[in-house]
Design a protein around this ligand. Structure first.
Ligand SMILES: [Zn+2]
Length: 168
């Protein structure tokens, strides 16, 4: 099941008696732990609410004109088919360099990127813009991102920074 770009993983357990719990795993999967006999309607409702709540984590906390212009330039140059979007930094992203809120058309970048070279930040921006078109990291997505010729180099740079990144 997928809601709003999030893959929903439901795990029902006989050992779990009452509470339903939802948590974000990585940045695009929501794991729902539920009792075995949970009502389908209740569960659906809970999932929709959880997606709303969990997906509002890490919203833009800081935006600036330079970043916006840079992103616009990258969109025009590499992904002209992408829709309009907002972009900014967030200091609440812990495990990813960037995140795309697909339904809001909002892109947030990890504030750590402010200190990194522009050609590295460009990759994260392009990656997130590509998510406005493809929600997963499939073939179509990868072919868009590889329009950026410094992709491999920038990926290497980010990996060397050692963040346990589930996304880029
Ligand atoms: Zn991604």
């Amino acid at each position: 099941m997928e809601i709003d770009g999030y893959e929903i993983l439901i795990i029902k357990s006989k050992a779990r008696k009452k509470t339903v719990q939802a948590k974000l795993v990585g940045d695009r999967t929501i794991k729902v732990l539920a009792p075995y006999r949970v009502g389908a309607e209740y569960l659906d409702d809970f999932i929709v609410k959880s997606v709303k709540k969990l997906s509002s984590k890490g919203k833009i906390s800081d935006t600036n004109e330079f970043l916006y212009k840079r992103a616009e330039m990258l969109r025009k140059k590499f992904i002209p088919e992408a829709p309009d979007f907002e972009i900014g930094y967030s200091n609440s992203l812990r495990t990813t360099w960037g995140k795309c809120f697909i339904s809001d058309k909002n892109i947030v970048l990890n504030t750590k990127l402010k200190n990194y070279p522009l050609w590295v930040v460009d990759l994260v921006i392009i990656h997130e813009i590509a998510h406005l078109i493809f929600h997963n990291h499939g073939k179509g997505f990868r072919s868009i991102v590889s329009r950026y010729k410094l992709k491999e180099r920038a990926t290497g740079y980010l990996l060397a920074k050692g963040m346990k990144a589930s996304d880029i």
